[in-house]
Design a protein around this ligand. Structure first.
Ligand code: F6P
Length: 562
């Protein structure tokens, strides 16, 4: 029994029933499941918004799905979902509500935090962002020397980078192509260097994105960016943005901040009039549809940004209201639990068949792994079951010529999501649009090959010599979900992201972990602060282990410091 009165997950009858079912099912074959149920291809498919989700190629029967839903009911996934939508403090270790869904709520919605409706504040910021984005896009907002802004550089890391950087790539076809957008995250100076080396400072706007405004990488990069700007615009006379230094006027025209921390923004020297606010009930990895999306809004325009929010909302509403049997995020979350907890799968691949989704999996890595990479439950006890998977993947068809070999014929079970679109983006030439069918032929061929493989008999029938038959045999039975949408639009992107957000939610709810904190990132930050003086000044750092001590000494020697 848990401290919170809940039975330990792995001791619930629903968990035990699933384990038993898994044993009875044994090595269930997809070939057999499809042979037994000719309508499986359509029976095991759902729609949400523009997304068609085919889950027929999973190692599940109706009984499996029923038992998984019973587990979700026993762990009260929908109860926690409702508490989230209501604004209750379900992020218990940080004592905060989890309200990214309020970021896309309609103007007339009422969502209260501590008795205050947060929706008007959300729309007030969205409106300010839209006004600012329009001024930058139209050229009405100029830089310090009066030149029009042509370059936007977002400086942020984690959730303050991955979301806008990913969405900018995804929606490139909708962006203002006359402008340049760059995303700087790494504290490696090379990142900022490469981002600005060919830009005119007089035409460059820096967006400093940081929920806390204390993140060392972001503050360091923003400080260097300010130096780069002031060196150029002030002729190097002033590197300061302090009032009266002369630098503050340039900073005011070239720096805006996205944050929850007005005090730190002001300390940095950015006028809080140039700050776009969000709230501590928005987790960093759930934040790119908040002010954190300002760079994206400048790129695609406020109308497209709102279309994206509408897309999020479609899936929010579906997750909130659809019954368990047809609730897509619930289904996807439960399928992950089936493989992670009952088949020992360690990872989950996300394989988009779209060049524009090149950063989508990297974005999902933070969303999923920072949320559900936990070994301690809500009750403060160690879990006795597997939690979040390793999420990985890159766009097809590149992966096919790299690591798909292991998915097809390796020794590991790797459930995968295939994401594809029926139509190529409109701006491609007719010749390039024609390539889309080849791309999607690969997409369909792969999920087919993964599911059904090729038997030794089929290989032999092709006249393959006996000694090569085992090598050319594909066992198949590799489970995949196919997500197919008509076209990659802002709304579809919103739908996809919300789908994964809620899938992650479902899994965290079943595993009884807090998906909204991230204590696991803290220790490394503290140690980096301690080690830095040893690298720079050769300072004695107490308590360094023998390995790190030797590494620091070697580093200093190689760096030419004694
Ligand atoms: O937006 P911030 O406060 O700079 O944080 C950046 C990222 O750092 C983390 O806190 C992890 O260190 C992420 O959760 C967050 O998205």
């Amino acid at each position: 029994m848990n401290a919170d009165g809940r039975t330990r997950l792995n001791q619930t009858p629903e968990w035990t029933a699933l384990a038993k079912h898994r044993e009875e099912l044994g090595e269930v074959r997809l070939r057999e499941l499809f042979a037994a149920e000719p309508g499986r291809g359509t029976a095991y498919a759902l729609r949400v918004g523009d997304l068609y989700v085919d889950y027929s190629k999973h190692l599940v029967t109706d009984d499996t799905l029923r038992l998984l839903r019973e587990l979700a009911a026993a762990t009260d996934v929908f109860g926690l979902r409702d508490a989230m939508f209501r604004g209750e403090k379900i992020n218990t270790t940080e004592d905060r509500p989890v309200l990214h869904t309020a970021l896309r709520a309609p103007r007339d919605a009422v969502i209260e935090v501590d008795g205050e409706n947060v929706v008007p504040g959300v729309h007030a910021v969205l409106d300010r962002m839209a006004g600012f984005a329009d001024r930058v896009r139209s050229g009405a907002w100029t830089g310090h020397t009066g030149k029009r802004i042509r370059n936007v550089v977002n400086i942020g890391i984690g959730g303050s980078d991955l979301g806008p950087a990913m969405a900018y790539e995804v929606l490139r076809a909708y962006t203002d192509r006359s402008m340049t957008f760059r995303f700087v995250s790494n504290v490696d100076g090379a990142d900022l260097h490469e981002a600005v080396r060919d830009l005119d400072p007089a035409e460059t706007l820096f967006i400093v994105a940081s929920k806390t405004f204390t993140t060392i990488e972001t503050v360091t990069n923003a400080t260097s960016a300010r130096g780069w700007l002031l060196d150029a615009l002030d002729g190097g006379t002033s590197r300061s943005s302090e009032v009266g230094s002369g630098g503050e006027a340039a900073v005011a025209k070239h720096f805006v901040a996205l944050s929850t921390n007005a005090e730190k923004v002001a300390d940095f020297g950015i006028d809080v009039d140039n700050m776009f606010e969000f709230w501590d009930w928005v987790g960093g990895r759930y934040s790119y549809d908040s002010a954190i999306g300002l760079s994206l809004m400048i790129a695609i325009g406020p109308d497209r940004f709102r279309e994206m929010l509408d897309g999020f909302r479609i899936v929010d509403e579906h997750f909130r209201t659809a019954p368990a049997e047809s609730n897509v995020p619930l289904l996807l979350g439960l399928l992950g639990i089936w493989y992670g907890n009952f088949h020992d799968a360690q990872s989950h691949a996300v394989l988009p068949y779209s060049h524009y989704l090149s950063k989508f999996t990297a974005y999902l890595q933070q969303l999923d792994m920072e949320s559900n990479g936990k070994y301690v439950g809500r009750d403060g006890r160690e879990v006795e079951w597997q939690t979040g998977p390793v999420v990985w993947g890159t766009p097809g068809t590149n992966g096919q010529h790299a690591y798909y070999q292991l998915i097809h014929q390796g020794t590991k079970l790797i459930p995968a999501d295939f994401i594809g679109f029926a139509r190529p983006v409109a701006e491609l030439s007719e010749e390039l649009k024609a390539q889309h069918d080849l791309l999607m032929a690969n997409f369909f061929a792969q999920t087919q090959a993964l599911a059904f493989g090729k038997t030794p008999q089929e290989v032999r029938a092709e006249g393959v010599p006996d000694e090569l038959v085992p090598h050319k045999t594909f066992q198949g039975n590799h489970p995949t979900t196919t997500i197919l949408a008509p076209e990659l639009t802002p709304s579809v992107l919103g739908q996809l992201v919300a789908l994964y957000e809620h899938k992650v939610f479902v899994q965290g709810a079943v595993w009884n972990i807090d998906s909204f904190d991230q204590w696991g990132v803290e220790l490394g930050k503290v140690l980096a602060k301690r080690v830095e003086p040893a690298l720079t000044e050769g300072a004695e750092v107490e308590g360094l282990d023998a390995s790190t001590e030797a590494l620091v000494a070697t580093y200093r020697e190689l760096r030419g410091r004694q």
